[in-house]
Design a protein around this ligand. Structure first.
Ligand code: ATP
Length: 882
């Protein structure tokens, strides 16, 4: 056979390499990967933290302070800049690390023959000589010489720019053919659009064609999302406004109030530093990164950062059925023949269980009649069963695995039967035509085609007459119970037929049906109930039969509406009619990937934010169209994963719902960080502006304002990024996708809290002065009041949707407590350490002073809690209403 020569010429055998040989070759050839772009050096990354208009402004302020001889202020400004840059640097590093580490979770794999068995091998570990099996949706992992190709179409646009998929064959071509004409080769990085093939790896890594072109792996993703951009945009505008206001205030202070210009300048600089939320974007980045990590821990790997935000706003989840909502652990349950019915015993893939005829039928006669169908099920089949430690598992499609188990229960020995009936050619299964056919040489030398597929597909090919009424009645009975049905057919062919085409299966003999059970995942039932309370619609979009889909939908609690709409019906609808229909119908059956795309669009035209699952190569367009395209990590193709924003490691519907839960938490935390940061800055500013306008002594010095900013920036606000979910996150409706981050309630809070802060600070200021104490003491009181107020306000903000007065609310989290401990320690030093008194002009306070400040803080907390309740009762703000 010429192939044998080909294998040895390529340094391998038809059964692939041994693991040791592969190891050895890996050591010689190196990993099958392009060298990654060198990460930016830490020094450059650190310096980049200084590249912002705000930091330039701060540094200018620092220089001005130095020139004016205010060395302490200059030093504190420098400390603010350094602390911010360091925090930003560390956070950015952590965020990147979090994203990189989860990327490894979905590193691509290929199916190769190692030690004679099909093995999942990491693409990085492929070596020249490996035999790799390709199928639709795979990204070709290395440059390969094809030794077998069946309907293989490969999209080589990445390499040749040619958008029409190229047909591939195993034959020989002239040795100097240009790339596009080398039809017996597939090249690394191209995408299998249809069919199946087997190839021998000839080049890996930078030796491949794509390696020669690009040399580097360009996968550096920007750490940004729409929300983050919105905030950066806001921060820039806010900074501009603050700068203009600062100039005006400066003019007013010097010209009207008669401040010395250098004093006023330092003061205004400090104020601007205090007001501008320079740390906000960094804190939000870390909030997103924490969300990504929490989602990964719950089996949802985020590929594109913006999905973290979008998940929280998801209002519809469209899920396929098999494997996502059901377990995808198939068991053949019954055989339906023209004149017999048999029930199958046993569970799982273990080949143990009896097959008994129904009614008064004779078991042996009925089983005899079923033999051709059972053989068809075993031969028109690519799955293998494997036993390990008493547990039977499938390599390949679970339904095909169930057919192997069934054949074994009937006494057929898979390896023997497959050897006696060698497969000559096949038409692989494709969701578009919904059947698979294989051509075999029988032990007597005859050629036979076996076909298995969706009943409708086989009925359409069946040689008349078939008793449609009988078959449809059986299908309705079985599918109504949630059984999944497959039909089987066979046909004799003239000797010598070597290639199978669609015409060859135009007229087949229908052998019968097999019903399978695939129980719903128990956790999916809970997850769907959660979606209901969270105001999220669940739609099942499946390739399965309408009655099966509806029955499973009912078991899962999805199908309130007793209709299932089929792909054929969708084709008859206009986009407008479809948009009306998708609102109410929750089960879509016998759909193809094009229908999925139309359904997503129809839902989106109605304002929905749609998460959509998919696994096949043809699902890529709908995954891209969906707001959160979700690919299956296990059974999904590379094409689907690459198009998706999120990949589920366990293919489980419940993981999508968990990701939505985390997405909502992330968004809540971003709001909390913002809700805490802005009014606290606002309060500080208000105190000082009032003093300048009203013309009384300044309640805080420039240095003290800088101190407050320094100590709070990296502690309390950051703690909010780590907040766990609020109780009831999944009991409220999804947020509107166009809702502004600063909602009316938050804007109202900004105003209210700023006023309360100013009131408290000025209150203690005048009270202390009124007791005849020094202005330094009064200022120390103000600084402590502001900080203590911030701490108590933090506890209010931790729960925006429910009351904070609970055990859980009061105890805080370790992160919150650590942040508070740091702030308190800093504040004690500020108040009591002589050197700090020297630098910041502070003075030690008495125990009574401390008690007063804490008392006011507690009062602030209760006032804001009452306000939350009052606002909820008044129902002014939508987000507070349950
Ligand atoms: P879902 O879309 O929820 O995953 P599904 O697995 O039924 O459900 P498809 O994979 O599109 O969806 O399959 C559609 C139909 O094609 C199935 O209902 C079945 O009748 C038939 N089918 C599925 N797998 C095979 C196969 N390996 N060989 C032959 N026919 C198959």
């Amino acid at each position: 056979m010429p192939e044998a020569g080909l294998f040895s010429a390529l340094g391998t055998t038809p059964t692939g390499l041994s693991s040791e040989d592969a190891q050895r070759r890996l050591a010689i050839h190196g990993p099958n990967a392009l060298p990654a772009a060198r990460p930016q050096s830490p020094i450059i990354r650190f310096l980049r933290q200084f590249h912002s208009a705000l930091i330039y402004f701060l540094l200018a302020g620092g220089v001005a302070a130095t020139l004016l001889g205010h060395l302490v202020d200059a030093a504190v400004i420098l400390a603010v800049v350094l602390v911010n840059a360091t925090v930003g640097f560390i956070q950015e590093g952590k965020a990147e690390q979090a994203l990189n580490s989860i990327r490894d979770l979905i590193a691509p794999h290929a199916l190769a023959l190692r030690d004679g068995v099909r093995t999942q091998v990491g693409v990085r570990d492929l070596v020249p000589g490996d035999i790799v099996l390709l199928e639709a949706g795979d990204r070709v992992p290395a440059d390969m010489r094809l030794v077998r190709a069946r309907g293989l179409l490969v999209d080589e646009a990445a390499l040749t720019g040619e958008s029409v998929a190229a047909e591939k064959h195993e034959g020989t071509v002239v040795s100097d053919a240009p790339l596009g004409d080398r039809t017996n080769m597939t090249f690394s990085g191209t995408l299998v659009a249809a069919g199946q093939g087997t190839g021998v790896v000839v080049e890996t890594g930078i030796g491949t064609e794509i390696g020669r072109i690009s040399k580097l792996l360009q996968s550096v993703e920007e750490l940004t999302t729409p929300l983050l951009r919105q905030i950066e945009h806001f921060a820039r505008h806010f900074t501009a406004v603050v700068l203009v206001a600062a100039v005006l205030l400066f003019a007013f202070a010097v010209l009207v109030r008669g401040f010395a210009w250098d004093e006023a300048l330092i003061f205004i600089v400090a104020l601007a530093v205090g007001v501008i939320p320079e740390g906000l974007p960094a804190v939000i980045t870390i909030t997103l990164a924490i969300g990504v990590r929490r989602m990964a821990a719950r089996n949802a790997v985020i590929r594109k950062l913006p999905a973290v935000e979008t998940l929280g706003a998801t209002s519809v989840i469209c899920s396929d059925k098999t494997g996502t909502l059901t377990r995808n652990e198939m068991t053949a349950w019954q055989l339906i023949l023209p004149a017999h019915r048999l029930l199958v015993g046993g569970a799982g893939y273990a080949p143990e269980g009896e097959i008994i005829a129904q009614g008064a039928d004779d078991d042996a006669a009925a089983l005899d009649a079923a033999m051709t169908m059972l053989r068809c099920g075993l031969l028109c089949n690519d799955a293998h069963l494997r036993e390990s430690a008493g547990h039977w598992m499938v390599d390949g499609d679970p339904m095909e695995g169930a057919l192997v188990a069934l054949a074994m229960k009937a006494g057929l020995e898979p390896t023997e039967v497959r050897a006696e009936w060698p497969r000559i050619d096949e038409i692989p299964f494709d969701a578009a035509h919904r059947f698979m056919a294989s051509l075999h040489r029988s032990p007597t030398g005859e050629m036979v085609v076996f076909v298995k597929g969706a009943p409708e597909a086989l009925f359409a090919m069946a040689k008349p007459p078939i008793d449609l009424e009988y078959w449809n009645a059986r299908i309705d009975e079985a599918a109504g119970e949630g059984e999944r049905l497959l039909a089987f057919g066979a046909l004799r062919k003239p000797a010598g037929l070597q290639r199978l085409s669609f015409e060859d299966v135009a007229e087949i003999e229908l052998l019968g049906l097999i019903g399978f059970i695939d129980p719903p995942r128990p956790e999916a039932v809970d997850a769907i109930a959660q979606c209901r309370s969270a105001g999220i619609d669940v739609k099942m979009i499946t390739g399965d039969h309408a009655a099966t889909a509806l029955a499973i939908g009912r078991q899962l609690g999805i199908a309130d509406d007793p209709r299932a709409v089929t792909g054929a019906q969708i084709e008859d609808l206009s986009d407008g009619e479809l948009a009306d229909l998708v609102r109410d119908v929750s089960v879509f059956a016998r759909t193809s990937p094009e229908h999925k795309l139309r359904i997503v669009r129809a839902l989106q035209s109605d304002g929905a934010i749609v998460a959509m699952t998919g696994d096949g190569v043809n699902d890529a367009p709908s995954l891209k169209q969906a707001d959160v395209g979700t690919a299956m990590g296990r059974k999904g193709t590379e094409a689907a994963k690459e198009a998706a924003q999120m990949v589920l490691l366990d293919d489980n519907f419940a993981s999508i719902v968990n990701a939505v839960h985390e997405g909502r938490t992330v968004y809540d935390n971003i709001r909390k960080v913002t809700a805490w940061t802005i009014p606290t800055n606002g309060g500080e500013a208000l105190i000082v502006i009032l003093a300048i306008f009203a013309g009384f002594a300044l309640p805080m010095t420039a240095t003290q304002i800088l101190w407050v900013n320094l100590i709070l920036g990296a502690t309390l606000g950051l703690a909010l990024a780590f907040e766990p979910s609020e109780p009831g996150v999944m009991r409220r409706p999804p947020r509107k996708s166009n809702a502004p981050l600063l909602s009316p309630f938050l804007l109202w809070r900004v105003v209210l809290v700023s006023l309360l802060f100013a009131g408290m600070a000025l209150g203690v200021f005048f009270l202390t002065l009124g007791q005849g104490r020094d202005i330094e003491v009064a200022r120390t009181m103000v600084v402590n009041m502001v900080i203590v107020g911030e701490i108590f306000y933090l506890f209010n903000v931790r729960y925006l949707h429910v009351g904070s007065i609970t055990w859980r609310g009061m105890l805080g989290t370790p992160v919150v407590l650590a942040a508070i401990a740091a702030v308190v320690a800093g504040q004690l030093a500020f108040t009591y350490l002589p050197v700090m008194n020297e630098i910041f002009g502070s003075r030690p306070l008495t125990l009574a002073d401390g008690a007063l400040i804490i008392g006011i803080g507690v009062a602030l907390f209760f006032v804001l809690e009452m306000e939350k309740r009052l606002m909820r009762r008044l129902g002014w703000f939508e987000e507070l209403t349950e």
